[in-house]
Design a protein around this ligand. Structure first.
Ligand code: C2E
Ligand code: CA
Ligand code: CA
Length: 477
């Protein structure tokens, strides 16, 4: 600490002693839990590491995160949230004995430092015991509040480390536990550091892409199954960065969602999709993917209005694709926006159906027009005979609810034929057309059209496993 700060603290101590306040305690102890605060913990850990240096001793730092606290605070109030944190802190305090130390690291996380562990297994056993004890429900008045905790573990000893580095590493391990979902614990390993660095690079690239227009939209066609007519295109975003090269949306969309950049990226994609589609024949639709965070931003309806207005694109030609995770958020907020979009004339598509919870209640509670059966389902159809039956049930269910059905990820003629037989409405996939830049759209579609333009009789019985030829389907454009 610099001398000026030390002098100031001493002065503060002197004045507060006169008032009966213990400054030492205020600076080192968390007011809510009575545990050590982060800065004091770091000081202790560094001192320990200094003492143990060169003695061939391994130490462990365990970070413990409490999950779902924002939700608990929102549902039951901050007082209850604080009560839960205090209860867990007191459990932790009881567990930590001997020369081990613990602290309240952040709002919703604790840390434990174990100066001596025999090996990784011992560190893991301590982490496991800690999360089991902390993960017990907390009693509040006449109810039990469920608690979920996860841990990240970093080991010190083999190479030189300091408290800050250990905290960063335990934090990375904790985040990797959280990403896996559910409770549990993970060890830090260099691959996590590499992944964190890559994530940071992608985040920077996203910011630059917005500033310098490195994003591009590709479009993938989808067809009506019975007539083979082209129905429209799904807009799929692409990022080509000067340093990172091409980054897949599977990688950068989650980063954009986590950092909040998705709101600006989504708004850009929407305008670009409508601008491109405004040049197509007027019967063709454009489908745009929306992330859950866009519904939470408060800007979504304004963004849609703006996009339609600046591109003079009719809302009736816009399809909004959302996944089930969107409905897991604040359902009232999402429902009101979806209803407004539907009232404007947009269609609402439930994407990736068959993954996640596939909760049926969403299908009638939310104003969907269409359901998209996930690609993984279509793939499983080839190897697992029972999936065909499930597929048929999903299609029937959707029809009973007045929804249209698209099957995505269609790669083979056999899959296409089966979906045609099962009265699926639309198909999309590499078989009918890969995503292409707007400039290549017409040429690619025309080539596909030439390849597949044949008449095909309506199948009267379920197609058998025979390899059908590409000419068995007919597409018109
Ligand atoms: P999605 O919405 O499920 O899009 C379909 C993905 O499957 C696309 O991957 C597409 O290229 C791929 N695909 C299409 N047909 C086939 C096929 O026959 N076989 C196989 N193996 N794959 C096929 P892509 O373009 O990499 O996009 C991945 C995901 O990124 C999308 O999944 C979507 O969730 C997200 N995404 C893409 N563009 C946007 C966007 O503008 N906004 C948001 N929020 N998400 C987007
Ligand atoms: Ca989609
Ligand atoms: Ca999908």
């Amino acid at each position: 600490m610099d001398p000026e700060a030390t002098q100031e603290i001493e002065e503060l101590k002197r004045r507060n002693q006169q008032l009966g306040l213990d400054v030492e305690r205020l600076l080192t102890q968390d007011q809510l839990t009575g545990l050590m605060v982060r800065s004091a913990f770091i000081g202790h850990v560094d001192r320990w590491l200094g003492t143990l240096k060169g003695k061939g001793v391994q130490s462990a730092l365990i970070e413990i995160g409490i999950k779902g606290m924002p939700r608990l605070n929102a549902l039951m109030g901050r007082d209850v949230g604080d009560y839960v944190i205090s209860a867990l802190a007191s459990r932790l305090n009881q567990l930590v004995d001997g020369d081990r130390i613990c602290c309240r690291l952040d709002h919703w996380s604790f840390a434990v430092f174990v100066p001596r562990v025999a090996d990784a297994l011992e560190a893991l056993t301590i982490a496991k015991r800690t999360i089991l004890a902390l993960g017990e429900p907390v009693e509040w008045v006449d109810r039990k509040i469920p608690v979920e905790v996860a841990a990240g573990v970093a080991l010190a000893g083999t190479t030189e480390r300091d408290a800050q580095t250990l905290l960063i590493q335990a934090g990375m391990a904790l985040r990797s536990t959280a990403e896996k979902g559910g409770p549990g614990y993970s060890f830090f390993n260099p691959a996590l550091e590499k992944a964190a660095k890559r994530k940071q690079d992608v985040q920077t690239a996203l910011q630059e892409a917005l500033d310098h227009q490195y994003f591009e939209l590709h479009f993938q066609p989808y067809f009506q199954v019975t007539t083979g007519e082209l129905q429209g295109f799904e807009a799929l975003i692409r990022l080509r960065h000067p340093q990172l090269g091409s980054v897949s949306p599977g990688e950068f969309i989650p980063v954009a969602e986590e950092t909040g950049l998705i709101t600006r990226i989504g708004a850009w994609a929407l305008v670009e999709a409508c601008r491109t589609a405004a040049n197509w024949p007027p019967h063709l639709l454009v489908s745009v993917n929306f992330s859950p965070e866009q519904f939470m931003s408060g800007n979504l309806l304004t963004d849609v209005h703006n996009a339609l207005e600046v591109t003079s694109f009719p809302p009736t030609r816009l399809e909004v694709e959302i996944t089930e995770s969107t409905m897991l958020g604040d359902t009232d907020v999402v429902l009101s926006q979806l209803t407004a979009l539907r009232e404007m004339g947009c269609a609402i598509v439930m994407d990736d159906f068959g993954t996640g919870y596939s909760s049926l209640s969403y299908l009638w509670k939310f104003p969907f027009s269409k359901l998209k059966i996930d690609r993984s389902f279509i793939q499983a159809m080839d190897s697992r005979p029972q999936v065909k039956g499930m597929l048929k049930s999903i299609i029937d269910l959707a029809k009973n609810l007045g929804l249209k059905v698209t099957a995505e990820g269609i790669e083979t003629q056999k899959q296409a034929e089966l979906l045609k037989f099962q009265r699926c409405d639309y198909i999309q996939g590499y078989l009918c057309g890969r995503p292409v830049p707007a400039s290549e759209l017409a040429a690619i579609i025309m080539t596909k059209f030439a390849e597949t333009l044949r008449n095909v009789p309506e199948p009267v019985e379920e197609p058998q496993a025979k390899a059908a030829s590409a000419s068995d389907l007919r597409f018109e454009f």
